[in-house]
Design a protein around this ligand. Structure first.
Ligand code: ACM
Length: 546
């Protein structure tokens, strides 16, 4: 075996002489605790090989045959694994069940790429080279955010996306479930959120402010049953789903459903336009109570430790102009609308904390008093990451110019709806979640990072494939692999890896640009230079409290 076979790059690989071949005599052995992992391994190896790969307990390996043996060793690091391949088969030992799972993902990569096909691939020799791998991740938060609010991703697309994340050792899916343009989670106590808020009449076509609308309805939502299925499917793949209900801005879909939630009480539609929106929630106790009920249902659906409350891009124009809101600010002894936003998020944060969960919010939250136990998602560059770590908060880094996968992938004019700065594969590979200038203790506050997939300009899973891959492969390596980075070495391993994505039918961006059907001729984008963009972001983060 050679390191070129693996992506993300493992800590160490020692090659042996020879190959082990899976055949009809091969079985899978695992102790009770690892039975679900063994079942998953069987389910991913059976279709392409056509082999039965029966499962047996540790004590009774299949007589005379070869084995894929799964085991635990608590002395190995969390999520780490050791893989050994020799004449008798393959042994995968993990520091925990997640480690065993990642060892199994490595095993898939040691097989020919046809292993990723969904039906029997005839004439392939299912050989695994002899050798040993030792491996463990650099960061514990290895995430991807999927915006299912701007364009709905059907449930089967989310399940497929989870499989692709797991293949890249990503362990966190942050689901951006609500925004001005759509509300995607069924809330039993407030059914109009999906009856009204889950669809819009039409969508802005393009990124320019004067872009036309397309005249075509768009919608969809997940029932609570769908979300339980998504969470369980993710858990089987060692992925935690972090739900986000974005408040008090980015809330027009909720206001469209229940006008009493808005500041002006006017009838609004689920927004057909992209961009930052002034139609925010009002700050009445009744509105807060409504959202505490929403968060209660969300916390029942998503058992993970982190609950996203948004907090980004909340222009306070309507609050500032509204006499009733000014009265609320006075009654609560607050200095102004920025403090009101912190008050609103603090109340929701306290409710989330009272249920034993931790608040996950965008870096605007650092502009006011911060809810207890927060994890800050630093998106406007790395200022939020640096500041939050220094102030003693946990951080997930997702700086827009390195980890926003909706940004254009090159300077080519043929990039579909070219938006923001070019964020090339090399830029994604250059992402470092740990900002410079931190002490060791401060750097320990960086839990990891994530790639954010905003979908204003991705109106189908095919488009998501184009924007996400292969940049997510680079970010996966950033988040998993320790040691020196080497982009040329990554590119060599990526070549092999793309054959796996081909076998899976992932429509990734080719090195030389979009294929004709991946372009969007005539649809205006909003490209920017890196210098202009940096100035814009610097202006936005100026109000973060140091
Ligand atoms: C964001 O991009 N508004 C978090």
């Amino acid at each position: 075996m050679t390191p070129t076979m693996l992506l993300p790059r493992p800590d160490s690989v020692a090659s042996g002489n020879g190959v082990f071949t899976l055949d009809t005599s091969t079985g899978i052995t695992a102790s009770g605790e690892l039975a679900p992992t063994a079942r998953w391994l069987q389910s991913v190896l059976r279709p392409a090989t056509g082999l039965p790969l029966p499962m047996t307990g540790m004590a009774a390996p299949s007589p005379g045959g070869s084995t894929l043996a799964l085991d635990l060793d608590p002395d190995l690091p969390a999520e780490g694994y050791r893989l050994a391949c020799g004449p008798g088969g393959v042994t995968i030992t993990g520091g925990d069940t997640a480690g065993v799972f990642y060892g199994c993902q490595a095993l898939r990569q040691l097989l020919p790429p046809q292993i990723y096909r969904a039906a029997e691939a005839a004439g392939v020799r299912w050989a695994v080279p002899y050798g040993n791998i030792e491996d463990a991740p650099r960061f514990r938060w290895r995430g991807a955010m999927l915006d299912v609010a701007r364009h709905f991703m059907p449930k089967h697309g989310v399940l497929r996306f989870l499989d692709l994340l797991a293949m890249h050792r990503i362990n966190t899916l942050h689901l951006h479930l609500t925004d001005d343009q759509g509300w995607r989670v069924e809330i039993l106590r407030h059914p109009r959120l999906t009856e009204v808020g889950s669809w819009r009449r039409e969508s802005q076509l393009g990124a320019a402010p004067d872009a036309p609308n397309d005249g075509r309805p768009h919608g969809g939502y997940y029932t609570q049953g769908d979300l339980r299925e998504i969470v369980a499917y993710a858990a089987e793949r060692h992925i935690t789903v972090v739900p986000e209900i974005d408040v008090p801005g980015h809330s027009q879909a909720a206001i469209a459903a229940y006008p009493a939630l808005g500041v002006r009480g006017e009838l609004l539609e689920t927004s057909p336009r992209w961009g930052v929106n002034t139609n925010i929630l009002n700050a009445e106790e009744s509105t807060l109570g409504f959202f505490l009920e929403v968060f209660d249902e969300v916390m029942d659906l998503f058992p993970g430790p982190f609950i996203g409350i948004g907090g980004d891009e909340c222009p306070t124009d309507q609050w500032d102009a509204d006499p009733r809101t000014r009265e609320l600010i006075r009654e609560r002894g607050l200095a102004g609308s920025r403090e009101l936003q912190a008050w609103f998020l603090g109340r929701i944060g306290a409710h989330v904390a009272a249920r034993g969960r931790r608040v996950f919010g965008w870096d605007e939250i650092l502009e006011g008093d911060v809810p207890e136990g927060i994890v800050v998602a630093s998106w406007r560059g790395m200022t939020g990451a640096r500041t939050a770590a220094r102030r003693g908060y946990d951080v997930v880094s997702c700086p827009d110019d390195q980890a926003y996968l909706d940004y254009r992938q090159s300077e080519l004019e043929s990039e579909p709806i070219p938006f923001a700065v070019p964020l090339t594969l090399a830029d994604a590979y250059g992402f470092d979640p740990v900002p410079d200038g931190l002490t060791g203790d401060e750097a320990d506050r960086i839990l990891g990072g994530q790639a954010n997939v905003w979908t204003e300009h991705m109106d189908s899973p095919r488009a998501v494939d184009y924007y996400v891959f292969p940049r997510l492969c680079a970010i996966a390596e950033v988040l998993w692999s320790r040691g020196e980075r080497d982009f040329d070495d990554f590119l060599v391993r990526l070549r092999t890896h793309l054959a796996r994505l081909d076998a899976l039918g992932v429509e990734y961006r080719r090195e030389d640009g979009p294929r004709p059907w991946q372009t969007r001729p005539g649809i205006p984008g909003k490209p920017a230079t890196r210098a202009d963009w940096a100035e814009l972001i610097d202006g936005l983060v100026a109000s973060i409290k140091i």
